[in-house]
Design a protein around this ligand. Sequence first.
Ligand code: FE2
Ligand code: FE2
Ligand code: FE2
Length: 209
Amino acid sequence: MKRNVQLTTLFAVIALIALSCASPKSKQTVENLKAAISGETDASAKYQAFSAKAAEDGYYNIAKMFAAASAAEAIHIKNHNDVLAEMDEEQFNPVAKTPEVNGMVANLQSAIEGETYEFTVMYPGFIDVAIAEDCIEALISFSMANDAEAEHARLYTEALEILNETGTDETVAAVWYVCPICGDLFNTIEDTDNCPICGENSTSFKVFD
Ligand code: FE2
Ligand code: FE2
Ligand code: FE2
């Protein structure tokens, strides 16, 4: 099994407690949603730039992986903004930082570092606060992004290993898929009927080929 399915349990717990976000008790969570949107906006722009650079260097499969990942981060932005809307807060659409683009190995390492920070530090911290503030909608949005980032990091690591071992990306997948609900990333959907994070049917996945 390539990953955990902790969200299944999480959703069961949520159904039982069914609490809702509301100001002012979820004040810190509003700030955390905005901080997450900033991080996701930078990540989406960075992966778009990495995709263009990969295509320029002839790494066409890695280019598709990063194009798919950029779209995945845009889904996280939308999900977090949807929570802000549910809380009657204004939409937050910051301008992305100009990405630092280097060679493909360095770009992959930077992408792995960014994702790892998000799923080991940023989102776990935001999830703890969302629980403390009874903000279930944010808890769901943060948890889905958290699990997707872990998968993004795993797939970039695989691509980096291939690039280091073979000097090419020829054995990196040529078709990539993104779950439109949670931003999970796939390099195959051969054995995937439903998204392991959110349960969405794989027939609705966005295809990057
Ligand atoms: Fe993300
Ligand atoms: Fe990600
Ligand atoms: Fe999903």
